[in-house]
Design a protein around this ligand. Structure first.
Ligand SMILES: [Zn+2]
Length: 123
């Protein structure tokens, strides 16, 4: 039986590695015991972010087919890439043809808008 003042430390040691409730209890049961040990282990793991991240399974979202497009520039994606060699790029991609236009990005928001319009008009 572990003295009350050492239980927290023992619980921390058994909990190392964030292996979840079952493994933490197994570690504890193999070496020590005190009244309410299971409930304390469960509480420790339930309140631990690391254990929750290990225990939870996050399945990827289901894939959905994209609808067929009828013409170029019907749908586009606009994004910023980089920086490459300290220069960010404005990228516009046409979903229909997969054509990509890129332009070196300047810093201000107004410049971004102007560059987007320039790329858009050129396409
Ligand atoms: Zn944990």
């Amino acid at each position: 039986m572990v003295p009350r003042q050492l239980r927290r430390r023992v619980l921390d040691l058994a909990h190392e590695g964030h292996q979840g409730i079952v493994k933490t209890k197994e570690h504890l049961r193999s070496k020590v015991w005190w009244p309410g040990i299971d409930k304390e282990a469960e509480k420790k793991c339930r309140e631990c972010f690391g254990c929750q991240m290990v225990a939870k399974h996050f399945p990827p979202p289901p894939t959905a087919p994209t609808r067929l497009l009828e013409r170029a520039w019907q749908e586009i994606v606009v994004g910023c890439l980089g920086p490459y060699l300290l220069v960010p790029l404005l990228v516009v991609v046409d979903y229909f043809s997969r054509w990509m236009e890129e332009e070196v990005l300047r810093s201000s928001h107004q410049m971004l808008t102007q560059q987007f319009c320039k790329v858009w008009r050129a396409s």
